[in-house]
Write a protein that binds this ligand. Structure first.
Ligand code: RRO
Length: 311
């Protein structure tokens, strides 16, 4: 029997496919729809200390090759998502879930994580170090010193399973530097990649989204090669105890297969989930299983990280 089951640390998942944070995860109703689908898990919209309305609309647009967004972190506040994942965790046969979080300042991030530490939630936490769309706030993970200090401060009190959502890096020196930072900490996972920040899409003579004069995070087909490179670069560099979640440009079983070949233990769907809805999980799972069957692979372990080189 071909299986797409996977593990992140001690957490088991029947399927390696799930949503990417930001897509189909703003409300309990959307999250419940993902939970009821063929997805192996869900991650919540990144929750901040207080609820946020986000940036003015239009703030998300699909294009023929993907998407651009500048949502600006709209969310119901972290407690809304913490309550929901805690409620589900206490339901018999519940899937395991990911709670995505970040503060609007370091202090807020600590306030949120201390509340999670003191809560009954026992699941996975994803710290979003890579939101590209809040005016005046650079992506945290592009500043290695700030990132190192933040993680050091967090792991001084936080003992629950915590991973990080990373922006794409584009230089080998940055892969080396970033991995040297992340290898110092007992991370539950790293997730590569968030959208490619601050792209620009134009129709006729005008930008297509309103915030930041049209600048926004790019997803979909445009970003698959960058996502694969980041997954594989971290697979080559991180301690083998840190699993990798692959996100970016997945719209077919073949794309998911490539992420796993590069080293991903779990694969997230963003733009394609926005375009097709939760039924996409069944389609892509079936496509991935068909490829595995054709190649004689029974589990992800049979090919994870086994990308072949030309020398
Ligand atoms: O809400 C957003 O604008 C957003 C976030 Br927090 C993120 O991490 N990535 C993204 O593309 N958009």
């Amino acid at each position: 029997m071909v299986s797409t089951a996977t593990k992140i640390g001690t957490f088991d998942f029947d399927n390696c496919l799930m949503n990417a944070a930001g897509v189909y995860c703003m409300t309990r109703e959307e999250l419940a729809d993902i939970d009821a689908s063929a997805a192996g898990s869900f991650v919540t919209k990144t929750g901040t200390l207080n609820a946020r309305a986000g940036n003015p609309e239009p703030r998300y647009v699909d294009t023929s090759l993907g998407s651009i967004n500048s949502m600006g972190l709209p969310n119901h506040g972290f407690q809304y998502y913490l309550d929901f994942v805690t409620e589900l965790q206490n339901t018999p046969n519940s899937k395991n879930h990911f709670l995505s979080l970040v503060g609007m300042s370091e202090e807020e991030t600590h306030t949120i994580l201390k509340a999670v530490q003191d809560s009954d939630y026992q699941g996975l936490v994803e710290l979003n170090l890579s939101c590209p769309n809040v005016p005046g706030k650079p992506q945290i993970a592009y500043d290695f010193e700030t990132t190192e200090k933040l993680l050091k401060d967090i792991f001084a009190y936080f003992t629950k399973p915590l991973g990080v959502k990373l922006p794409p890096y584009f230089d080998i020196a940055h892969f080396d530097r970033a991995a040297a930072v992340f290898n110092q900490f007992p991370l539950a996972f790293v997730n590569c990649i968030n959208s490619i920040g601050n792209g620009l899409v134009i129709e006729d003579e005008t930008v297509v989204i309103k915030p930041k004069h049209g600048f926004g995070g790019i997803g979909g087909d445009y970003i698959k090669p960058t996502a694969l490179a980041n997954v594989h670069a971290f697979y080559q560099r991180l301690n083998p105890t840190i699993p990798i979640i692959g996100t970016g440009g997945v719209k077919t079983g073949r794309d998911a297969f490539e992420h796993i070949l590069c080293g991903a233990s779990m694969v997230q769907l963003g733009t394609v989930l926005h375009q097709e809805g939760p039924a996409v999980f069944e389609r892509i799972t079936n496509e991935l299983k068909a490829i595995m069957t054709e190649k004689g692979y029974e589990s992800l372990d049979d090919f994870r990280g086994k990308l072949q080189y030309l020398d």
